[in-house]
Design a protein around this ligand. Structure first.
Ligand code: V47
Length: 392
């Protein structure tokens, strides 16, 4: 096996399954040995998963891009129209405003969301992943109705919905004002099953203040996930990397997630199921002058995540952001989960101003996984194998 010089990381620790320190994580980034990192991360992933790579049949639904925040890394949000702009919309239709690059603001009605979930369900999806901007006008009841509507139309479809940032927004807009626990309780009663991992970005005050200053910070993000885990609601965790953060800030982020996971595993009813490293896509954002991470930086980040997060069962690669081809390669850099069929994805579009239709069929996913040398396993949202599926 090619090796990383001893001064960068004690390989013996990885072979023995010992936890790496913050300093060792930072040195892994400095090592430059991308192939050796891949081999070490593969050793760790194979110990847990053998030659299995998981995927799911899912559909993403982004219900609105109107958002009260103005995060610099985000190209998805649109400002809510002013009252004079709204008056030009046809009665009964959601306000739509087209900006200078001709991407419209939109909000989906409850019926549109339920219809999309139903189509997915009928096509064999086991999960919907629902997130959106922080809409200034929609009431908390809208989100409850979305969950109730899907649950009644699709009784066994897993509803993975709302980032920690949205949950805090719901708590603030609810009347009378609900606590985070109350928001989660009501959403769960309406049908919510688990939380996605978005909105974490980088847990660091400097990066937060510079790139997403008005957004909920790490304290709020962890409070939501802690409460969810106490209540028995599973969730995921992400890191948005490759913008203004340093390698050390990335490793600190991973260590904070690892510490939270230790606590959840020891004393709470649920925990993080997977970690998803999200490569920054600069196009059309206020940080579009940045170049974003290269492919090698992506592979290193996947591998280092696998090596640092010794208490996370799964490392997921999200192919709409990485590209399907690099996501495939990343399976040999420590990833064991390919996410899913996705179908529609509005938050980033890798191919410039391309379409929001971003879909891989099950056959395409299986081919990518098999060709990388692994055995594809369809999973449900709680990582149980889906058995008895007819070909879709
Ligand atoms: O919260 C926004 C990030 C997240 C950009 O939990 C960007 O299974 C890159 O969280 N470039 C949404 N990233 C996606 C997300 C996710 C995706 C797949 C699976 C799971 C899961 C979660 O995307 C946002 C934000 O952190 N993001 N803009 C951008 N320009």
């Amino acid at each position: 096996m090619s090796s990383i010089p001893k001064r960068f990381v004690p390989q013996d620790k990885i072979h023995c399954g010992e936890r790496l320190t913050l300093e060792e994580g930072v040195r892994l980034y400095e090592s430059g040995g991308v192939h050796a990192l891949g081999e070490l991360a593969t050793l760790v992933r194979n110990r847990r998963h053998g030659n299995r790579v998981y995927y799911n049949v899912n559909r993403h639904i982004n219900y609105t891009n109107y958002c009260v925040l103005r995060c610099k890394f985000c190209s998805f949000y649109r400002p809510y129209p002013t009252s004079s702009e709204i008056s030009t919309c046809s009665p009964g239709s959601p306000p739509a405003v087209t900006d200078s690059d001709h991407r419209s603001g939109y909000e989906l009605t409850m019926d549109q969301i339920v219809e999309s979930a139903q189509q997915a369900y009928q096509a064999g999806a086991t999960e919907v992943h629902i997130v959106g901007g922080l809409h200034p006008k929609l009431p908390f009841d809208y989100y409850l109705d979305v969950c109730r509507g899907i649950r009644s139309a699709c009784p066994t479809l897993h509803i993975k919905a709302f980032t920690a940032v949205e949950i805090i927004h719901f708590s603030r807009i609810s009347k009378p004002r609900r606590t985070i626990r109350q928001v989660l309780e009501e959403l769960r009663a309406a049908g919510l099953d688990s939380l996605p991992g978005g909105g974490a970005e980088i847990f660091d005050d400097r990066v937060h203040d510079e790139a997403y200053g008005n957004k909920v910070g790490e304290q709020g993000w962890f409070e939501v996930h802690r409460t969810a885990h106490e209540m028995g609601i599973f969730s995921n965790a992400t890191m948005l990397y490759g913008h203004i953060e340093t390698p050390e800030e990335r490793i600190r982020h991973l260590v904070k997630l690892r510490e939270h996971q230790d606590e959840s595993l020891a004393s709470r009813r649920a925990h993080f199921q997977c970690f998803v490293p999200l490569p920054f896509v600069p196009q059309d954002s206020a940080l579009s002058h940045l170049k974003g991470p290269t492919g090698l930086e992506d592979l290193k980040t996947v591998a280092i995540s696998r090596l640092m997060l010794d208490n996370f069962e799964h490392i997921k690669v999200f192919w709409p952001m990485l590209s399907p081809k690099l996501a495939q390669v990343a399976l040999n850099w420590g990833a064991d989960d390919f996410d899913g069929t996705v179908v529609w994805y509005d938050i980033t579009r890798r191919e410039g101003k391309g379409t929001t239709h971003q879909e891989l069929t099950v056959d395409q996913i299986k081919r990518l996984i098999t060709e990388a040398g692994f055995h594809p396993v369809e999973r449900d949202s709680l990582y149980q194998p889906v058995v008895g599926r007819c070909a879709i």
